[in-house]
Design a protein around this ligand. Sequence first.
Ligand code: C2E
Ligand code: MG
Ligand code: MG
Length: 698
Amino acid sequence: MNNKPLKILAIDDMPANLALLGLALQDDYAIQIATSGAKGLELAHDDPPALILLDIMMPEMDGYETCRRLKADPLLQDIPIIFVTALTETDAEAKGFTLGAADYLTKPINIEIARLRIRNLLERERMRQELQQKEAAQRLAASVFAHTHDGIVITDAENRIIDVNASFSRISGYNREEVLGKNPRLLKSGRQSADFYKTMWRSLLKYDHWNGEIWNRNKSGEIYAALTSISVVRDEQRNIHHFIGLFADITPLKNHEYDLERIAHFDPLTGIPNRVLLADRMTQAIAHTRRSRNHMAVCYLDLDGFKPVNDLFGHEVGDLLLIEISQRIKDCLRAGDTVARIGGDEFVLLLLDLDGSQEYESVLDRMLRKVAETAEIAGHRVAVSASLGFTLFPNDAVDADTLLRHADQAMYAAKQGGKNRYHLFDHNMDRIALARGETLARVEIALRNQEFVLFFQPKINMRSGHILGAEALVRWCHPERGILLPAEFLPVIEGTDLAVALGDWVLVTALKHQRAWLEQGLQIAISINIAPHHLLRPGFAETLTRHLDCYPMPRPADVELEIFETAALQDISRVSAVMNECKALGVAFALDDFGTGYSSLAYLKTLPAETLKIDHSFVRNMLEDSGDRAIVEGIISLASTFHRQVIAEGVETVDHGSLLLKMGCEKAQGYGIAMPMPAEDLPDWVRNWRPNPAWLER
Ligand code: C2E
Ligand code: MG
Ligand code: MG
């Protein structure tokens, strides 16, 4: 509120006339005196007063003239004027009113009456102004309501429409009379769920406001997008009075969005889904197939002989052919199935809700026949066929990417099988081929990125409780998949140069660890696994020599190489030659996984290996399986016959150890003693190791 007192301007050539009045009013108002009409106009102009007291009889410019001029000035014309007249001037009153005076006072002035009249006048003026402002605001609101581009709906507390504007009618197609008294739900398109509206109402009633996009239907049935804002108008008691809904038709915008969406998700040539949409569809299809407990075929289709068509007849014919082919494929599909184009002449198909193999076979047969039909394109007769590979989910229970890769693999098999045919992905055959191609490169990167580490698993003598050493076991710290066991990557690189590179890394790294432990006061023998193909590489012994020069072993035989017996060891004389070279360096040998390979006695007799390692598969099962127990017993007696040491892998429990001891095998390795552990954990393990009393000599 403005606390400044209202200003009253008194214009009189003889201010003494007003002196008393001024004195009486000065507590309530700011009184300003002008001694001539001209001066009064000037002061009024500088700072318009709330009221003017105007004397009539003045020299030069009399009160009437002054009044006329005041009324002619737009800035001042609304200021109420009170004429101050002498009693004798009888017609002055009437003349004053015609000039626009608001009231008059007669001299001599009755102070109390003057005070009341002034107050009333000012109050009346205040109310007039307020009304005027309100009217202006209403006029503005009405004009906004009428002319705004947005549709406006006003409803009562029961949500019955009480008013709409012209834009509402333009957008919705309903005129005002048609909708009055109706519920705005008559605009619903049915595109949005009951849940959508429920959520909208909940938010509206909670926050008195809601914003969002609603799909509405106009009177002629067309659907339009309305960017909508709804407000709740409440009275002082917080009861709902009105709802005001404002909406803009954003259909053109939405259409543009839809175009963009199409470009992003559909192949522009054929109009069928592209790779992006396919990924979406696959996720949905997998979920759907799981729910329905049915089968889905993921098919990879590649055209045979498409390139020659392009080369011979040009790209335009090629493009038209692709359109024709995608239409033919679509014709073979059922609702819910998907065909996507993911490359030049490559398509992916998702066939859903299959019950059995006959069903997809007949679909695929029909499709291949359709694709192979000769087409008439731009006056040319052209023919292609399709090679199709597929895999079935959930039999092939892998993720979307892998399903696609499997289907792709199978497609290659279809091509290799002679084209114009389909081929079902075969887990065993294809996986190996696939894994090779995939992981070999990845293993190479891993080696470069130092993603490999060595774990160590202790070996002990159960009877004496002594720690004999530890076997180095390679692990891959895969950035995405975590720690991977050798079975995950060694078969992939088996026989390659990469296997040799990794083997070399293992060799050096194991020696480094042994050196580091020695520096910490722990002297321990290590066993290192060497792939046969690595051992037979020319120069193996020389490389080993160089490594041992850098990291000499603490004692002779503190480095043992484990070699598994395989067909690769056929060339026994060469193998034993290399082994002898290494033995000359003080290195010991063990025949790993003994019993699983060719186990020929010739090996045992010829190869200079001190130790046989009984494969853990026999040891693990020997408590239940008498056959395995017999093998273990056989290996132990074989070792004793040929004067070799023997050690058992896979000692998982105390019972395993006790039985081995009874059979004459004292050395052991296994989860029952220690799990393979990171190199840095080994010193602590050694310190804390307590022999198992059940195994110790009594
Ligand atoms: P392996 O040389 O026979 O190594 C023993 C395997 O048996 C290890 O598997 C070890 O973790 C596992 N094992 C140890 N105790 C038990 C037990 O009580 N029960 C059972 N069920 N298994 C036990 P890992 O580490 O997965 O290695 C598998 C194979 O991979 C090794 O068999 C070895 O042939 C090869 N390998 C491991 N590291 C290397 C390496 O650095 N170079 C080469 N060339 N091959 C390696
Ligand atoms: Mg081994
Ligand atoms: Mg082994």
